[in-house]
Design a protein around this ligand. Structure first.
Ligand code: CIR
Length: 254
């Protein structure tokens, strides 16, 4: 059983943090409709949904992935790299507390959940503008007792590690090799994004396949050719806020 923790789109989304893309007007009505469709898709794939309280004055609060890392043994509440995003974590912690023991990243550590790729008992952590060595050291201390290895991974040219690489199947990675070295993960299968679709490496893996943006038809072809089942969705307005499919949920095995 899976529970997906989500939060609705804030009215202030237009004032979101942006690092690698230019600001464009965001239609909040369309963003909300796309987010509702994302919720519907998660339900149709068997997830129960928990909706956190909206945060009208926290523009990026819809991107709940960045506020926590959820593992079977515990959940780690992050300290996001962007100061504007730090007030998001308290309500995420409250939402997760009924499912997991909680631990927290403390200053001067910073890490966004979007920088953490979990593969079995290894956490790969992007060394990005948002996540630093202090947080990686804290993750090592928190997770070594549960048998996890934690490895820093250089990323270049994108916001988060999971902008550059995500799981799209069992031991199968979807990667943009321009932004991260695919060799560091030791995966059995690596699928590269189409070079004309650099933002196409973010997929949300669930039991029935992946939730995947409609915007990347060429990479979709590559995925289908390797047997990956796709559930496509238009998240164009959230993409203008530098968000993608993993960042709008925290998936909790319950
Ligand atoms: C930010 O820059 O923090 C937001 N505008 C986008 C965060 C996207 N998060 C994610 O992919 N995990």
């Amino acid at each position: 059983m899976k529970t997906a923790i989500l939060r609705g789109v804030s009215a202030s989304l237009g004032r979101c943090e942006l690092t690698h893309i230019a600001r464009e007007p965001i239609d909040i009505g369309i963003a909300r409709a796309q987010h509702r469709e994302y919720e519907r898709l998660l339900r149709s794939l068997g997830c129960s949904i928990v909706l956190l309280p909206e945060e009208p004055d926290l523009p990026d609060a819809v991107f709940v992935e960045d506020a926590a890392v959820v593992l079977p043994e515990l959940a780690i509440i992050t300290r996001p790299g962007a100061p504007s995003r730090r007030p998001e974590v308290s309500s995420v912690a409250a939402g997760l507390a009924r499912y997991r023991r909680l631990a927290t990243i403390e200053a001067p550590g910073t890490v966004d959940g979007g920088d953490v790729l979990v593969m079995g008992k290894t956490l790969f952590v992007g060394e990005s503008q948002r996540s630093n060595r202090h947080a990686i050291e804290q993750l090592v201390a928190l997770l070594t007792p549960s048998g996890y290895a934690v490895r820093g991974v250089p990323v270049n040219g994108c916001l988060h590690l999971k902008s550059a690489v995500t799981l799209c199947g069992q031991d199968m990675l979807l990667v943009n090799p321009a932004w991260v070295d695919p060799g560091v993960f030791g995966a059995r299968t690596v699928i590269e994004v189409d070079p004309t679709e650099p933002h196409a490496a973010n997929a949300l893996l669930l039991d029935g396949g992946i939730i995947y943006p409609a915007a990347y038809p060429r990479t979709q072809e590559r995925l289908r050719a390797r047997g990956v089942v796709l559930h496509t969705i238009d998240l164009s307005e959230l993409a203008k806020a530098e968000g993608a499919v993993t960042c709008c949920s925290l998936i909790v095995e319950t």
